[in-house]
Design a protein around this ligand. Sequence first.
Ligand SMILES: [Ca+2]
Ligand SMILES: [Ca+2]
Ligand SMILES: [Zn+2]
Length: 529
Amino acid sequence: MKNRLLSAALTTCLAATIAFSTTDGSAIAKEEPDVRYHPVYKTATFIEDNWSPSNNQIAPGNLIWSYLNARKNFLQFTDQAQNHFRLKSTKIDQLGMTHYRLQEIHHGIPVYGSEQTVHATKNGVVTSYMGQVIPHIKLPSFQKSSHISFQKAISIVKNNTKNATQYLYQPKAQLVVLPYRQTYVYAYVIKTAYLSPQPTIWQYFIDAKNGKILDKLNILQELTGNGKGVKGDEKKFEISKEGNLYYLNDKIRKISTYDAQNQHENSPIISGKLVSSKTTTFSDPSSVDAHAYAERTYDFYKKTFNRDSYDAKSSPIKSYIHVGEKWNNAAWDGEKMLYGDGDGKTFISLAGALDVIAHELTHAVTQFTANLQYRDEPGALNESMSDIMGVMIDDNDWLIGEDVYTPNKPGDALRSMSNPKKYNQPDHYDDRYTGYQDNGGVHINSGINNKAAYLIAAGGKQSSVTVDGIGRVKTRAIYYRALTEYLTATSQFIDMRDAAIQSAKDLYGANSKEVKAVKQAYDAVGVVK
Ligand SMILES: [Ca+2]
Ligand SMILES: [Ca+2]
Ligand SMILES: [Zn+2]
């Protein structure tokens, strides 16, 4: 009965609008718009329109409000549009069209889910409306005194997710008018996201009156993919689904993996196709490893240093595999990670090594922190930082690249931090390379700082100096602090020594054994004042 009544009333109102507008002269509906209605609310969900104000005196900022007021009978609100909607954004596109995004409000509080878009040409003609309006909400205005605070609501959610750790951000709360079981209540919508025990993004709906959990849903499309890596090992990782295809797109960490389809490594712009699969099993080993290892590196930085992505601002991490033809390298190009397939002799696919991926992503961290120049001593420190974090993540040896280097020769590696000389790197400042090759020896002289880091962690004797090691955990904390807080674009080896000492002092005290270990290690590699 009620639906019928509303429907009938609407027809009457529509006629009235046109008559009213014409006599009023403020707005003219030039032709009757095409309207589609919500099955329950009986308000317009779509209006194909051709509306413009009757005169051009209207200020551009008022067009949206004039339009909504002119269409209030389709949308069934009785107050002024400015009191019933909040303008969330206005965007002008390349065609000169203006796109408005709005939110229905009730006593100033957003009505959950009731959002609208309105579109106008560059000449100020509104061509369409789309969205949802809930009519006739009867709920008195929100009184703080008779409702719980948002802090209280957040604590209710925290109590309900007690086992969660590794939060991605502080829970966010928004007060809304929530349609709930044929009525409306004030509710807090709380979003919280964490990685452990499993990646989850919760949306909680808490009754603002009594703190009751009205509803909660995991809005992460929790999808785990699997596949074999470069070394043939079975892996699990986060993926997403669009339409009928699954993609290497981890939405919680914002990590996606693309196939560069052998574009040349020196192409000015490397593009790629997001790797997809018809099932949750992915069959390209390079893409499996690039994706899974980027996730592990992200988790390492998040868990160890509470760093959310390379820029600490949760920027998306993009990996490109199959870069070049048999390219024997990997790179961070300032925006994304690139991995070659290797020629099968010197390297197999470089994405197959966790330390290589950690190395590349650490270049990104460096770019957003110390920003060490990529030549001479700052460049060697830049390289060394990437190797140091590489062995902290892939932490069962002190080798770099052993998983993908020379497949026909077991036991070797691209570099060794415990024994740089084995792969033609110096391990003492007196033996540093001073030529012009390799940007002034960035991949050569990194051995000196690599050795210092190794000695700090593992201890040992060099140049008749004995270092008492303090372990990997403290060593990585010292280097991370030095990188992110102390070092600068032009830092030299001697600055690295001081930065590491200062960091160790901050963390463990001026007279600590950790500070002593750092001093001993830099003495041992000949970086002394
Ligand atoms: Ca390694
Ligand atoms: Ca090998
Ligand atoms: Zn590098």
